[in-house]
Design a protein around this ligand. Structure first.
Ligand code: 4NP
Length: 167
């Protein structure tokens, strides 16, 4: 089982959408035995809550349900997950520091990366913009970015782990 952890700041807006879109793609392709995603935040402000109502709404609009309780990223996650996909440069910096301090060496680019590195439509900075202070349009944009990026990420992981399509 290959495990992917999506990380943003609050674990209420972006990373639950990363998790749910990845898991839906996995299900569509019949790869549930091979891949699984979860999500967490670098900050603990919203621990124990449900995802932001606007993330839930955009997921539902696309036929998906977010069933996630907000949690903060932990040291155990660094070993538990094969890949950690972050939303922005600040998340990257925070996870990189956490990893370096725990292990004494930096994470590989395969272990820790910006999810938008996989977005075929990205221009400029490879970040998923924080929609927290924005409206529904920003949440739809986040959804589309993550959907596009996750299609490419999943293709990459299927190749990397030489996973063949189910019968
Ligand atoms: P997220 O968005 O990192 O995508 O979950 C945010 C959630 C909460 C806050 C900021 C961004 N906040 O400041 O509480």
């Amino acid at each position: 089982m290959v495990k992917v952890l999506y990380v943003c700041l609050g674990n209420i807006c972006r990373s639950p959408l990363g998790e749910v879109t990845f898991n839906a793609l996995v299900k569509e392709r019949g790869l549930e035995e091979e891949f699984q995603a979860d999500s967490a935040g670098t900050a603990g402000y919203h621990v124990g809550k449900q995802a932001d109502a606007r993330s839930q709404k955009v997921a539902q609009k696309h036929g998906l349900t977010i069933d996630h309780v907000v949690r903060k990223v932990s040291l155990e996650d660094l070993d538990e997950f094969d890949h950690i996909a972050v939303m922005d440069e600040q998340n990257f910096e925070d996870l990189h520091t956490m990893y370096y301090e725990a292990k004494g060496f930096p994470p590989s680019t395969d272990k820790l990366f910006l999810i938008r590195d996989f977005d075929p439509e990205v221009r400029g900075v490879h970040e998923v913009p924080d929609p927290y202070f924005e409206g529904d349009k920003a949440f739809e944009e986040v959804f589309q970015i993550l959907q596009r990026s996750n299609e490419k990420l999943l293709e990459h992981l299927v190749d990397k782990y030489e996973i063949s399509a189910p019968e």
